[in-house]
Design a protein around this ligand. Structure first.
Ligand SMILES: Nc1ncnc2c1ncn2[C@@H]1O[C@H](COP(=O)(O)OP(=O)(O)O)[C@@H](O)[C@H]1O
Ligand SMILES: [Mg+2]
Length: 256
């Protein structure tokens, strides 16, 4: 059964780069069992927030707990239960997929027997059993994305964070990733993903937070966001309403 306590909590999280306030007073919770979508246009502050959650960027203000651990103070404990798929994964091109997953298993100190079973299970799940013996530089974009997600799952994280996971994916791989994220959530994990595509947020996520110019301007289920709007039926309308139509050029382009 899905857990209902928060596995990711941010308190008044902020990050500035010089004068630029990239993330401004962002507070939210993601519970176990839930897929949370962080939706916003390019430059809204999604990647900056994600890098703070996974411990790669130090917040300028506020704090983050992952699985109850403070990401700044108990960094190792937080990282041990977190899986992260960056927007442009860096995947050691000269390793085979299998070698990469073994390497990750070693990093997390997982025993050889269990890690081998886990790796074969993941390769099968992602339809990479054969390709697992080829070097990663021979993989297609979709195969690389799947390998990056498999690598993030080797240590069976309770918190999974993905930065724009479906960009450039063929429909079959996108569907597979969606199904796997749902399975993770059903097993009690908290899944946090960012996207600039409303349709993805609407289809994949249980709750959605809309980030605009560094600020979280709305959080809720799709239906909650819809009823908060003025009878709007689509998330696109809600988004445009909330952001006053600003910065929608790119969103509009994506939706064409
Ligand atoms: N290392 C950095 N130095 C300066 N400005 C940055 C840096 N990283 C991001 N920014 C700025 O912070 C804002 C948010 O960026 P980002 O979090 O990457 O947005 P998103 O992922 O939503 O597209 C943007 O204006 C971006 O230019
Ligand atoms: Mg980004």
């Amino acid at each position: 059964m899905a857990a209902t306590f928060p596995l990711i909590t941010t308190h008044h999280l902020g990050k500035n780069f010089g004068d630029k306030l990239a993330v401004n007073d962002v507070s939210f919770e993601v519970k176990g069992g839930e897929i949370f979508g962080f939706l916003g246009p390019n430059g809204a502050g999604k990647t900056t927030t994600i890098k703070m959650i996974v411990g790669l960027l130090r917040p300028s203000s506020g704090s983050i707990q992952v699985g109850g651990y403070d990401v700044q103070i108990q960094a190792q404990l937080a990282k041990a239960i977190t899986g992260y798929v960056p927007d442009t994964p860096n995947l050691y091109p000269k390793l085979t997929g299998r070698e990469l997953l073994r390497f990750i298993g070693d990093l997390y100190g997982i025993e050889k027997g269990p890690v081998e079973r886990r790796i074969e299970e993941l390769l099968r799940l992602f339809d990479l059993t054969e390709a697992g013996n080829d070097t990663i530089d021979s993989y297609s974009h979709g195969m690389k994305q799947k390998t990056a997600l498999a690598a993030a799952l080797v240590h069976d994280p309770r918190v999974l964070v993905l930065d724009e996971p479906t960009v450039g994916l063929d429909p079959k791989s996108a569907r597979l990733i969606k199904d796997i994220l749902r399975q993770m959530a059903e097993r009690g994990a908290a899944v946090f993903l960012s996207t600039h595509i409303m349709e993805i947020a609407e289809r994949m996520c249980d709750r959605i937070g809309i980030i605009h110019q560094g600020q979280l301007i709305a959080v809720g289920t799709f239906n909650e966001l819809r009823s908060a709007g003025s009878g709007d039926s689509s998330l696109e309308d809600i988004f445009l309403n909330l952001t006053g139509g600003a910065e929608d050029a790119e969103i509009a382009e994506v939706l064409k």
